[in-house]
Structures are given as structure tokens and as C-alpha cells.
Design a protein around this ligand. Structure first.
Ligand code: PEP
Length: 252
């Protein structure tokens, strides 16, 4: 039985005062709820604040990107060792907002995945199709390509304790959510693909859904057998919304 995981992706939002209110509220309202795992992925400058407020609670924290290099002349990059210094448990890798805006290649994403795992940080590896890919019938091909690259570089063993996020690009930040059936079909395809390449990893790897999840649609999505949690953008910035999504995950 896979435990559900709900992760907030704050993107480039927040400030010290707002973060404090949001995190203090989540700590208070999620205290003692232990049927699922919870985390927030915050902008780099707020890792210290997240660590200070969330240490010893049932909410983990992490970042939204990681450098593929260890150290050196890489202006603007942040290494796995640096994330580890703030006890980061998770890092989002390959989010479409990054891969589109910064032309991140599959090879880069695969390197980042391996680097995170090497430092004991759980990668949340995002895959998903564009609207054009879905409408032209190549959705599975597109997702398979993204998955295969990382799986072939990293190998099945590296999937232990990793997370895959299915994020249809057309559903991110658009208020268009995949139906529970559409999301389940994609998650089941991802699990089968992992199983074909690395049979041992498929049953345990958590595949979470991201794309306009909100307190209204969360329970239906999270009730599907292959949806092991959610990656939540907009609604992770509102303590009450995020809490309701976390509570929905605990029902299953
Ligand atoms: C995301 O950023 O990963 C995301 C799913 O955003 P939203 O929930 O706002 O669609």
C-alpha cells in the first residue's frame, strides 16, 4: 500500500512575513494527521525559514530545482550539497515551467535526478504532455520519452523512494484539471512503463498528479488507484485550501 504524498509547489511566490503565517498555520492545522505525507517546495531563499519552522513537524520541505554539477563556476546554480545543508527532503525536477522557459533537456533532467538521489534528496520528477500532444494522439509517446531517458540513465534502483509527478502541461495553472479517469489512465500508463523497464520499482514508486488540483476536485482525483498524491501549485499558497487537499489525501 503506497502512502499518499501531497507537495506544495510555491513557485516564485512568498515573502518572509507571508511564509511565516502560511507555515505556522499549516503546522497547527496538520498536526497529528499521520495518514499521508506532506511537503512544501519553496524558493531557495526561504529554505532556512522552512527548516526553522517545519523541523520536528509532520511537514517536510524542499526546493524546486537543483544543479546537476557538484560545485564550481556555475553562476546562479544551487547544488545538492547546499540543499542538504538545509535538510531538504525533496526537490522538483523537470517541471514544465522550467523545461519550457530554460530549454532544459532530458539529459539535464536525468543528471539532476541522479544527483538528488546521490545526496539522499527525493526527486519529484515531472512528466506530462502538452495539449497539442494530447490532441494529436501522441500523449503516451511523449510521456514515455521523458520517462525512458531518466530511467535508462538512472536505472531502476534509483526509483526506490523517488516520486514521479504526472503534470499535463495544459492543466498547470489553467484551472483545467484532467478528469480523474484521464489522470488515472496516464498514471497507469506511467506505472506500466516503469514496470516494463524496471519491474521491481513499479509497485512502490509514488506517482502524484499535478494540474489545477483544488479542495473541490482533490478527493476524486486522489481516490484513483494509481494516483498516490498531488503536486499543488496555486492552492498550496492558501493554508486552508492546502490543508483541505492534505485532509482529502488522508481518506484513502
Ligand atoms: C504545479 O505548479 O506543479 C501545478 C500543478 O500548479 P497548479 O496547481 O497551479 O496547476
Amino acid at each position: 500500500m503506497r502512502r499518499k504524498l501531497v507537495v506544495g509547489n510555491w513557485k516564485m511566490n512568498g515573502n518572509l512575513a507571508q511564509n511565516k503565517t502560511l507555515l505556522d498555520t499549516l503546522v497547527r492545522d496538520l498536526r497529528g494527521i499521520d495518514h499521508a505525507d506532506f511537503a512544501v517546495c519553496v524558493p531557495y531563499p526561504y529554505l532556512f525559514q522552512a527548516q526553522a519552522i517545519l523541523s520536528g513537524t509532520n511537514i517536510a520541505w524542499g526546493a524546486q530545482n537543483i544543479a546537476k554539477h557538484g560545485a564550481g563556476a556555475y553562476t546562479g546554480e544551487v547544488s545538492a550539497a547546499m540543499l542538504k545543508e538545509f535538510d531538504s527532503s525533496y526537490v522538483i525536477i523537470g517541471h514544465s515551467e522550467r523545461s519550457n522557459a530554460y530549454c532544459e533537456s532530458d539529459a539535464n533532467i536525468a543528471s539532476k535526478f541522479a544527483v538528488a538521489k546521490g545526496f539522499g534528496i527525493t526527486p519529484i520528477f515531472c512528466v506530462g504532455e502538452t495539449l497539442q500532444e494530447r490532441e494529436s494522439g501522441v500523449m503516451e509517446y511523449a510521456i514515455a520519452n521523458q520517462l525512458d531517458f531518466v530511467l535508462s540513465v538512472s536505472g531502476g534502483a534509483l526509483l526506490d523512494n523517488a516520486v514521479v509527478a504526472y503534470e499535463p502541461v495544459w492543466a498547470i495553472g489553467t484551472n483545467k484539471t484532467a478528469t480523474p479517469e484521464q489522470a488515472q489512465a496516464a498514471h497507469s500508463f506511467i506505472r506500466e512503463r516503469i514496470s516494463a523497464l524496471h519491474p521491481g520499482a513499479a509497485e512502490s514508486v509514488r506517482i502524484i498528479y499535478g494540474g489545477s488540483v483544488n479542495p473541490i476536485n482533490a478527493a476524486q482525483l486522489l481516490s484513483m488507484p494509481d494516483i498516490d498524491g498531488g503536486l499543488i501549485g496555486r492552492c498550496s499558497l492558501d493554508a486552508a485550501d492546502f490543508e483541505r487537499i492534505c485532509r482529502a489525501a488522508c481518506q484513502f
